[in-house]
Structure formats: structure tokens, C-alpha cells
Ligand binder design. Structure first.
Ligand code: HEC
Ligand code: HEC
Ligand code: HEC
Ligand code: HEC
Ligand code: HEC
Ligand code: HEC
Ligand code: HEC
Ligand code: HEC
Ligand code: HEC
Ligand code: HEC
Ligand code: HEC
Length: 431
């Protein structure tokens, strides 16, 4: 079968060659005469089939690119079957910008050094079925691209040989708010690997040119979270970030990178139950405190307060660091715009303590020792809560039980009365 097609193709070509101007290059139809055969294979058994419909529907087919524009060895071929092997297709002939970026990337450098594990253009884009990057059918469209990146970056052999981060660190992305948004909500505007790493210019995070480098990362998140970025830049942390200070937190210090969750999830690093932990990575630190002139041991001094004790016991209604300080807009207490500036205390504490005045916070929020009064207040309040709940509960049970008993008694009484009446009636008829 394959052989007959091959012979027919060959005959067609001979006729074409005889009738056509000898200077004219072969057309794609000429190539497809042999290559549309699904069983065409070379001696090693590698399939050489090219589906004409798929090629026509590709961006190159649509743009009128001929087979020989990519397979340039065959541009002037006159005899068939043509010689093989052919040189590899060089996409940079037409896509110079992408190639220049790729060449400088961690992948491109590895490829140039002869590393066969590095992705090349066709690893991500395909060969004969290439679509526009914005086409949901494209192999580089969000979720499909994620699969391509994950496949290599969770391959234990590639990871071990290249000293790459362990697969779990990459797979964490699969449970992130960003992947969930892509997969479950169909939000194609959510972050796929390339939104944070780039596509052609991917570099390791410690390279200052990498968009995941500490000094560039907030801008990378800002592509989609612009408002938060602006707020952050005005905060005490953001102001120092702008100066190139690496002691202050950037987005990923608080949120993580591949594992980012919605703040409402208990697994989120910024869920109300974990915030104290996050801030304390730095604000327990005496060296940092000395360096920047702020009081350290903020966790210890928070844990000594009513809020800290209650929060440690799992109470989520009390204040955590962010309820008082904010999170993206944190400012020093002496900044009039700070939520903990004395002028703003009534509003900040007032969210939960309607009676709060300007001096409400004095000596109450960061205390150096677990204060008797806080512990006392906590115990007393919990005691009352339990006592009152138990009392009311007991009372309700008592009332219900009593009502029940009364009804039962009343029922029994009426039943007895009826019985008595009916026996009396019976005696009458017997009469
Ligand atoms: C007469 C049939 C025929 C025609 C026409 C034909 N090919 Fe082939 N092609 C083959 C065969 C057979 C092989 C396997 C050759 C081998 O591996 O020895 C092959 C192999 C190839 C390969 C793989 C080369 C490699 O390095 O392994 C490419 C690419 C290719 N053809 C492209 C084309 C293009 C482009 C055209 C049109 C210009 C074309 N072919 C026209 C029969 C044909
Ligand atoms: C946009 C560039 C491009 C165009 C256009 C193109 N090819 Fe290819 N083709 C490739 C790439 C890339 C490969 C993978 C091998 C390589 O890198 O050389 C390939 C491989 C092949 C192979 C080897 C089998 C395989 O699938 O790996 C055949 C046969 C082939 N092409 C035939 C054709 C034919 C026939 C046409 C026209 C209908 C065509 N190609 C058009 C880029 C192209
Ligand atoms: C690691 C995967 C990967 C590799 C390797 C890769 N690309 Fe891309 N490419 C993408 C992604 C993802 C997009 C779409 C998003 C974007 O533009 O960043 C894209 C977009 C494109 C575009 C569309 C224009 C544009 O910038 O939006 C062209 C053209 C392109 N790539 C060509 C190439 C060429 C040529 C190579 C090889 C030198 C190559 N790509 C290598 C992933 C890759
Ligand atoms: C002979 C020139 C030529 C070669 C070689 C070539 N392309 Fe293209 N490519 C084009 C043209 C023309 C377009 C359509 C451009 C347009 O309309 O914006 C295109 C479009 C694309 C697009 C879609 C761009 C977009 O807007 O999203 C991608 C991706 C792409 N090519 C990848 C490749 C890859 C990968 C290779 C190598 C396997 C390759 N191209 C080889 C000419 C070429
Ligand atoms: C074909 C396999 C393959 C694919 C697909 C692939 N990578 Fe890679 N990647 C590698 C290899 C191999 C290295 C190591 C290169 C080296 O260090 O020499 C690497 C390195 C990296 C690095 C640098 C890590 C470091 O610390 O040095 C990042 C970041 C990266 N890849 C991200 C991506 C992203 C994002 C995608 C998808 C857009 C992707 N990769 C797709 C194989 C792949
Ligand atoms: C929301 C942004 C974001 C997304 C989405 C994302 N990454 Fe990352 N990735 C980062 C940041 C930030 C770092 C740098 C962490 C650091 O500084 O150690 C990183 C680091 C890496 C590294 C190198 C780690 C190292 O320590 O050398 C690889 C490889 C990587 N990511 C691959 C991927 C792959 C594959 C995907 C998609 C499945 C992906 N990333 C999705 C932000 C992201
Ligand atoms: C100092 C720690 C910290 C830094 C730095 C930080 N965040 Fe947040 N972020 C939080 C906390 C805490 C919450 C949750 C607040 C809550 O419970 O409502 C949050 C919430 C969010 C939310 C959910 C929406 C909202 O506003 O509640 C997004 C999105 C977000 N952050 C993105 C970012 C981005 C992007 C950056 C970098 C520009 C960043 N964050 C920097 C701590 C931080
Ligand atoms: C390409 C766009 C894009 C980029 C880049 C991006 N995000 Fe997101 N992010 C989204 C979208 C869209 C959602 C909303 C998902 C949803 O609602 O389910 C989201 C959700 C989040 C959330 C959860 C919000 C909540 O409700 O608590 C956090 C936190 C977050 N992103 C942080 C980051 C950080 C940090 C970076 C940078 C490392 C980043 N994002 C980069 C698009 C992006
Ligand atoms: C990665 C370390 C780091 C993390 C995490 C961090 N901070 Fe900071 N924070 C700093 C540094 C360093 C400064 C000093 C900046 C300066 O004064 O220039 C600072 C300054 C402050 C200040 C102003 C202190 C003053 O008086 O000037 C407050 C308030 C503050 N942080 C609260 C928080 C809260 C609340 C969190 C958690 C939501 C947090 N920080 C998370 C490092 C961190
Ligand atoms: C109930 C509200 C409240 C909570 C909860 C709270 N703070 Fe504060 N914080 C304040 C107020 C008010 C001030 C300013 C007065 C003071 O220092 O006592 C302050 C001051 C600070 C300062 C600046 C100290 C200085 O010397 O300039 C830092 C840093 C700080 N807090 C971090 C934290 C961290 C980290 C947490 C969580 C572990 C936290 N705070 C919990 C209200 C709070
Ligand atoms: C997110 C809500 C919330 C915020 C904001 C908040 N608190 Fe509280 N606080 C509580 C809850 C809940 C209790 C438990 C007792 C109660 O309901 O009064 C409590 C208890 C206290 C107590 C111990 C009990 C008492 O009444 O003596 C003090 C002192 C206190 N808060 C001070 C403050 C100060 C000062 C601020 C502002 C800097 C503040 N709180 C902000 C929720 C909050």
C-alpha cells in the first residue's frame, strides 16, 4: 500500500518535473504526495507522516509558508526520493527576536552546550501544528504549557542531573490558587509558569535579569495585581524594597511562590491563624530590630496579650498582627497614615472595640511579659463564656424536660378520664 502510494507520488513528481519550469521550487503538494501517507516511515521505522489538514490549519499553513521554507535543504531538490538525513529546521530564520531571547535563557544556554534535556522551539510549540500563542488550541496556551513545563521539571532524572529544585516544589503549583483558577474557573488570565518566569528569556532566580529575582519579582506579580503593588510600594516594606534593601519582605516571603493559596484557605501562609508566624520570621529578630531601630520580639510581646493568648488557643475573632497593622499598607507607628498611629487607634481598635478612644492602645498591645491581667482577663472571660453557656443550656434543658413531663402527665390524665367515661357508658347500655 505504502509502496504503491510512494510510486504514484514519484510518478506525479516526474511529470511535474517534466512539465514545470526547472527553476521553480517544489510545492508543498509535491512533498505531501509522499508524506501524507500515514504509514510512510524511514528504515529505522520512524513515522514520516504529515497530516495535510493539520498543517493547513496551522499558523504556517495559513500564512502560506511552504514545506521548503523550513526544510530548506529541499528548496532546490530536483530528484526524488530526496537525500536524507536533512539539517534541523532553524526557526530563527524568521523568528529572530524569540531566538535571541531563547539563546540567552537557561534553556538556550544548555541547548547550545549540547544538553539534550533542554527544551527547543518545537518542544513547546510543536512542528506542523503550530498555532498562534493566543489561540486556546495552541500548545503554549496556559494549561497546556503548564503540562509541558511540569513534565520536565518533575522528571526525576532531569532534576537530579541538573540539580534542579525537587519535584514537590514544582507540583505545589497544581494546588495553588493560580492553577485552580486556570483549571476550575477557566480564568485564562491567571498565572501560568510563563507569566512568572517568562517564555523565552527564562533564567534562574538568582540572576539579576530574571523576572523572578527578588529585585524584580513584585513587578512580575504586578502585571496582574497592580493595585496591591502600588499599595505595597508606599508601605514601610515597599519603600525599602525600592531602595534595593533585601531585608524587607516581598510578595513571595509572605505568600510563597508555587504554593500560593487564597487567604481564606486555612492552608494559606497568610490565613489569619498563620500571620503572626509570617511577620515573626523578621520581627522577633533582635539584629534586624537594632539595624532599623524598632522594638523586636513582637511575637513574644503579642503572645503576652489577651489577643495573643486567645489566638494561640485558636480564637480567630481576636486581633492578629494584620488586624492592627494592615498587611500591604504597613507603616511605622509615627506615620500619621499608619493604622496604629495614635490618631487612628479609635478606628483600628474600634473595628472590634466600639468604645476605643485615642489612648485605648497605650501599654496594651505589645507587652514584654505574659501579663497577669491578660491571662486573668482571658481566663475570666472564657470562664464566663463557658459558665453562661452552660447555665443557659442547663436552664433550657430543664424547661424542655419540664414541659414534656407536664404534657405527658396531662395526656395520661385525659386518657384515664376518657377510659373512665367509656366504662361508665358501657354500664349504662348493659342496663
Ligand atoms: C517520493 C516521495 C517523497 C517526496 C516527494 C518527498 N519525500 Fe521526504 N522523505 C521520503 C522518504 C522515503 C524519506 C525517508 C528517507 C530516509 O530516511 O532515508 C523522507 C524523509 C523526509 C524527512 C526526514 C529527513 C530526516 O532527516 O530524517 C523530511 C524532513 C522530509 N522527508 C521532508 C520532505 C519535504 C519537505 C518534501 C518536499 C520538498 C519531501 N520530503 C518530499 C519521501 C519523499
Ligand atoms: C515551521 C517550520 C516547518 C514547516 C513549514 C514544515 N516543517 Fe516539517 N518539520 C519541522 C520541524 C521543526 C521538524 C522536526 C525535525 C527538525 O527539527 O528538523 C520537522 C520534521 C519533519 C519530518 C520528519 C518527521 C517528523 O515529524 O519529525 C517530515 C517528514 C516533515 N517535517 C515534512 C514536512 C512537510 C511535508 C511539510 C510541508 C507540508 C513540512 N514538513 C513543513 C518544521 C517544519
Ligand atoms: C519553554 C517553552 C518555549 C520554548 C522553548 C520556546 N517558546 Fe516560543 N513561546 C512560548 C510561550 C509560552 C509563548 C506565548 C506567551 C509569550 O509570548 O510569552 C511563546 C510565544 C512565541 C511566539 C509568539 C510571539 C510572542 O512573542 O508572543 C513565537 C513567534 C515563538 N514563541 C517562537 C519561538 C521560537 C522561534 C522558539 C525557539 C527559538 C521558541 N518560541 C521557544 C514558549 C516557548
Ligand atoms: C520561513 C519563515 C518561518 C519559519 C522558518 C518559521 N516561521 Fe513561525 N511564522 C512565520 C510566519 C510568516 C508567521 C505568521 C506571522 C504573523 O502573521 O504574525 C509565523 C507564526 C508563528 C507563530 C505564531 C505567532 C503568534 O503571533 O502567536 C509561532 C508560535 C511560530 N511561528 C513558531 C515557529 C517555530 C517554532 C518555528 C520553527 C519550528 C517557526 N515558527 C519557523 C514564519 C516562519
Ligand atoms: C524539555 C525539558 C524542559 C522543559 C519543557 C522546560 N524545562 Fe526548564 N529546565 C530544563 C533543564 C534541563 C534545565 C537546567 C538547565 C541547566 O541548568 O543547564 C531547566 C532550567 C530551568 C530553570 C532554572 C532553574 C535554576 O535554578 O537553574 C527554570 C526557572 C525553568 N527551567 C523553568 C521552566 C519553565 C517555566 C518551563 C515552561 C515554560 C520550562 N522550564 C520547561 C528542562 C526543561
Ligand atoms: C506566581 C508566580 C510563579 C508561577 C506561576 C510559577 N513560578 Fe516557578 N518560581 C517563582 C519564583 C518567585 C521563584 C523563585 C524562588 C526563589 O527565589 O527561590 C520560582 C522558582 C522556580 C524554579 C527554580 C527554583 C530554584 O530554586 O532554582 C523553577 C525550576 C520553577 N520555578 C519552575 C516553575 C514551573 C515549571 C512552573 C509551572 C508549573 C512555575 N515555576 C510556576 C514563581 C512562579
Ligand atoms: C508582609 C506580608 C505581605 C506582603 C509583603 C504581601 N502580602 Fe499580600 N497579603 C498578605 C496578607 C496577610 C493577606 C491577607 C489579608 C486578609 O486576611 O485579608 C494578603 C492578601 C493578598 C491578596 C488577596 C487580596 C487581598 O488584598 O486581601 C493578594 C492578591 C495579595 N496579597 C498579593 C500580594 C502581592 C502581589 C504582593 C507583592 C506586591 C503582596 N501580596 C505582598 C501579606 C502580604
Ligand atoms: C498572569 C496574572 C497573574 C500573575 C502574574 C500573578 N497572579 Fe496572583 N492571581 C491571579 C488571578 C487571576 C487570581 C484570582 C484567582 C481566583 O480568583 O481564583 C490570583 C490570585 C492570587 C492570590 C489569592 C487571592 C486571594 O483571594 O487570597 C494571591 C495571594 C496571589 N494571586 C498572589 C500572587 C503573587 C504573590 C504573584 C507573584 C509571585 C502573583 N499572584 C502573580 C493572576 C495573577
Ligand atoms: C522578610 C522580613 C520581614 C517580614 C516577613 C515582615 N517585616 Fe516588617 N519590617 C521588616 C524590616 C527590615 C523593617 C524595617 C524597615 C525600615 O524601617 O526601613 C520592617 C518594618 C516594619 C514596621 C515599621 C517599624 C518601624 O517602627 O519603623 C512594622 C509596623 C512592620 N514591619 C510590621 C510587619 C508586619 C505586621 C508583618 C507581617 C504582616 C511584617 N512586618 C513582616 C522586615 C519584615
Ligand atoms: C492589637 C493591635 C496590635 C497587634 C495584634 C499587633 N500590633 Fe504591633 N503595634 C500595635 C501598636 C498600637 C503599635 C505602636 C505602639 C507600641 O509599640 O506598642 C505597634 C508597634 C509595632 C511595631 C513597631 C515597633 C517600634 O518600635 O516602632 C512593630 C514592628 C510591630 N508592632 C509588629 C507587630 C507584629 C509582628 C505583630 C504580630 C506578631 C503585631 N505587631 C501585633 C498594635 C498591634
Ligand atoms: C479583629 C478584631 C480586634 C481588633 C482589631 C482589636 N481587638 Fe482587642 N480584642 C478582640 C477580641 C475579640 C477580644 C476579646 C474580648 C472582647 O470581646 O472585648 C479582645 C480583647 C482585648 C483586650 C483584653 C480584654 C479587655 O477588654 O481588657 C485588650 C486590652 C484589647 N483587646 C486591646 C485592643 C487594642 C488596644 C486594639 C487596637 C490597637 C485592639 N484590641 C484591636 C478583638 C480585636
Amino acid at each position: 500500500m505504502a509502496r504503491t502510494k510512494f510510486v504514484i507520488g514519484w510518478l506525479v513528481l516526474c511529470m511535474v518535473a517534466l512539465t514545470a519550469d526547472s527553476a521553480k521550487a517544489v510545492s508543498s503538494e509535491d512533498c505531501l504526495a509522499c508524506h501524507e501517507d500515514p504509514s510512510l516511515a524511514n528504515e529505522q521505522g520512524v513515522l514520516l507522516h504529515v497530516n495535510p489538514e493539520i498543517y493547513q490549519a496551522s499558523i504556517h499553513g495559513e500564512s502560506g509558508i511552504a514545506c521548503t521554507d523550513c526544510h530548506i535543504d529541499l528548496a532546490d531538490v530536483e530528484e526524488f526520493p530526496h537525500p536524507a538525513p536533512l539539517t534541523k529546521v532553524d526557526c530563527s530564520m524568521c523568528h529572530d527576536t524569540e531566538f535571541e531571547d531563547y539563546k540567552k535563557s537557561v534553556h538556550g544556554e544548555a541547548f547550545v552546550a549540547g544538553d539534550s534535556a533542554a527544551p527547543v522551539c518545537s518542544t513547546c510549540h510543536g512542528k506542523h501544528d503550530i498555532k498562534r500563542a493566543s489561540d486556546p488550541e495552541s500548545s503554549v496556551f496556559s494549561l497546556k504549557l503548564v503540562e509541558i513545563c511540569i513534565k520536565c521539571h518533575t522528571d526525576t532524572k532531569i532534576v537530579a542531573e541538573h540539580n534542579l529544585p525537587p519535584p514537590e516544589k514544582i507540583r505545589a503549583y497544581e494546588n495553588s490558587v493560580h492553577m485552580k483558577a486556570l483549571k476550575e474557573k477557566g480564568l485564562s488570565v491567571s498565572a501560568a509558569c510563563n507569566d512568572c518566569h517568562g517564555s523565552h528569556k527564562i533564567k534562574p532566580p538568582d540572576d539579576p535579569d530574571s523576572i523572578t529575582n527578588r529585585l524584580n519579582l513584585p513587578k512580575t506579580c504586578a502585571k496582574c495585581h497592580q493595585g496591591i503593588y502600588q499599595t505595597y510600594l508606599e508601605s514601610v516594606h515597599g519603600q525599602d524594597y525600592l531602595k534595593g534593601n533585601t531585608d524587607v519582605p516581598i510578595c513571595t516571603d509572605c505568600h510563597g511562590e508555587h504554593s500560593i493559596k487564597s487567604h481564606t484557605s486555612t492552608e494559606s501562609t497568610v490565613h489569619s491563624t498563620h500571620i503572626a508566624e509570617i511577620c515573626s520570621k523578621c520581627h522577633e529578630d533582635e539584629t534586624l530590630g537594632k539595624r532599623y531601630g524598632f522594638a523586636a520580639q513582637r511575637l513574644k510581646s503579642y503572645l503576652g496579650t489577651y489577643h495573643g493568648i486567645a489566638s494561640k488557643m485558636g480564637d480567630t475573632t481576636v486581633a492578629n498582627c494584620a488586624s492592627c497593622h494592615g498587611y500591604h499598607d504597613i507603616r511605622p507607628p509615627n506615620d500619621p497614615k499608619s493604622s496604629v498611629h495614635p490618631d487612628n487607634i479609635p478606628t483600628t481598635c474600634g473595628k472590634c472595640h466600639p468604645q476605643a478612644g485615642k489612648n485605648f492602645a497605650v501599654g496594651k498591645v505589645h507587652v514584654s511579659e505574659a501579663r497577669e491581667s491578660s491571662m486573668g482577663a482571658y481566663v475570666v472571660e472564657k470562664f464566663y463564656t463557658i459558665f453562661i453557656t452552660a447555665s443557659i443550656g442547663g436552664f433550657v434543658i430543664f424547661i424542655v424536660a419540664d414541659l414534656y413531663a407536664r404534657r405527658k402527665k396531662a395526656k395520661r390524665a385525659t386518657a384515664a378520664k376518657k377510659e373512665k367515661e367509656s366504662t361508665e357508658e358501657g354500664s349504662h347500655t348493659h342496663d
